[in-house]
Design a protein. Structure first.
Length: 153
């Protein structure tokens, strides 16, 4: 089993609040890059070999401290799934390639919690998203207590 490693760092990020009549300003933003098993050296292989599978779920916690070392903010998340990317190929052979590295093709429910509403049936008939479901044909983050989380992601 392998573990996914987190590398966090601070960056300056320009923000603009023109709708509020404020001047653009910069803020500190934390970015987290997760590194884990990958198969980029096997993209062209017709007979790939198995790669590591991370031990999941894994919990990550970021703690912000002031200059005295006091905790002032905390954010955590749980990584439930790990996806391995491959450049675009014939989708019929994709499944064989995924099985060769020890993974599988993702299902719709692995990628979104959107539901197929009546006006979009010709695009998404018989496709089922994850639960808890979104309120329409769009993804919707869910936070504790089945509450929807606003914002784009």
């Amino acid at each position: 089993m392998e573990y996914v490693r987190a590398n966090e760092y601070w960056v300056r990020y320009g923000m603009s609040s023109e709708s509020e009549g404020e001047m653009p300003h910069e803020v500190n933003v934390t970015r987290v890059r997760l590194k884990g098993p990958e198969a980029k050296f096997q993209w062209n292989s017709t007979n790939p070999t198995r790669i590591g599978v991370p031990k999941l779920p894994q919990t990550f916690e970021l703690v912000g401290r002031d200059y005295l070392g006091n905790e002032i903010v905390k954010y955590g998340f749980v990584l439930q799934k790990w996806f391995v990317v491959r450049e675009a190929r014939n989708s019929i052979r994709q499944s064989v390639w995924c099985n060769g590295i020890g993974y599988r093709l993702p299902q719709v429910k692995d990628l979104t919690n959107a539901i197929c509403d009546a006006k979009n049936q010709h695009y998404c008939r018989n496709l089922v998203g994850a639960t808890p479901s979104s309120t329409g044909n769009h993804y919707q983050r869910r936070i504790g207590g089945d509450l929807p989380q606003s914002g784009a992601g």
